[in-house]
Design a protein around this ligand. Sequence first.
Ligand code: SAM
Length: 211
Amino acid sequence: MITSETEAREFVSDLCDAEAMERLDQFVAALKLENETQNLVAKPTLETAWQRHIADSAQLLSHVSRETGVWLDLGTGAGLPGLIIAIMRPKRPVVLVESRRKRIDWLERMRMDLTLPKCTIEGKRLELVESVRASVISARAFAPLPKLIDLSARFSTAETTFVLPKGRSAAQELQTLPKKARKLFHVEQSLTDDDAGILVGSLAKGMRTKI
Ligand SMILES: C[S@@+](CC[C@H](N)C(=O)[O-])C[C@H]1O[C@@H](n2cnc3c(N)ncnc32)[C@H](O)[C@@H]1O
């Protein structure tokens, strides 16, 4: 379990290079400033930003086997987890979907300032985003599980891995899926919170049209 800012930095630095670490520091500094003008994350969480946001996002990499293909992040908001993945894996195409104007502007600015040419931002509602085949789909605090799957199934194939940090409700949310769909996901322990879980899984063919 990651229990301090130092441990969080060490955990993340094992997963990326020194240049990415510099960019992550730049991101954290910018996030603290931006949070004074728009409510991107809960203010108290900024004191432990590396644990609560950076390592929390970075840990998703451990649940994804393929290092290639589009990583699609739904409802990216402050940049979590999608922008963190884009910083740590700058050669990978990462698509961030976010509908709120001020948040889109923030993400665009970060993408420019951090020089992330493979990262693209779909500044609109997910429902309006053109279908692409995603290799990974992530979403933190985006929507209840059945709705999330309903909205994102058209971006998935049988090879797509869903990685969904669900906080304390992970196991409970899984129970809200029909029995057949439930079997396709499992709960991984979060490394940043004893009580939190990450839902990991893929959708079978029939499930991709309707759950
Ligand atoms: C609770 S925030 C979570 C933000 C970020 N993932 C995090 O963990 O800090 C949910 C985000 O999803 C965005 N959102 C909600 N519904 C959306 C939709 N249908 N399409 C695109 N973005 C959406 C909201 O604007 C908001 O920024």
